[in-house]
Design a protein around this ligand. Structure first.
Ligand SMILES: *[C@@H]1O[C@H](CO)[C@@H](O)[C@H](O)[C@H]1NC(C)=O
Length: 117
């Protein structure tokens, strides 16, 4: 192995370790229906690459998913929630820039009558 190959090998190894540590950073985000009175909540979450589809949450139930933040730190999931008179309230359920510290591995959104918490 000449010096170039050795340097290259080392760089690949360092990159691999770096990507690996970022990619294994699993985050769990969930949305919980706390509307009460047996009200259903419709949740539709997606990211640039994943459409999680529309989910109906009965009163008290919770919907969540796991993902790894990408190595570029640009992971963003957004949701539209609908219940009763509220049609398609839009919010970011996970934004790496905002949440990497706040919810390192767990992000729970609770939707109650007064709004989301
Ligand atoms: C809520 O959703 C469940 C399951 O989809 C359904 O059986 C029920 O009738 C719904 N309740 C209301 C209040 O719409």
């Amino acid at each position: 192995m000449n010096i170039f190959n050795r340097t290259f090998g080392l760089m690949v190894l360092i990159l691999f370790v770096f990507f690996d540590s970022v990619a294994s950073d699993n985050v769990h985000v969930s949305v919980k229906n706390k509307l009460g009175d047996g009200k259903n909540l419709t949740v539709h979450c997606q990211s640039k690459d994943n459409d999680l589809g529309e989910q109906t949450l009965t009163d008290g139930s919770e919907y969540g998913w796991d993902f790894s933040v990408n190595a570029w730190g640009s992971t963003l999931f957004y949701c539209d929630i609908t219940w009763e008179t509220v049609n398609r309230y839009h919010f970011d359920s996970y934004s790496y820039d905002r949440d990497w510290k706040r919810c390192e591995s767990q992000c729970l959104w609770t939707v109650s009558g007064e709004g989301k918490r």
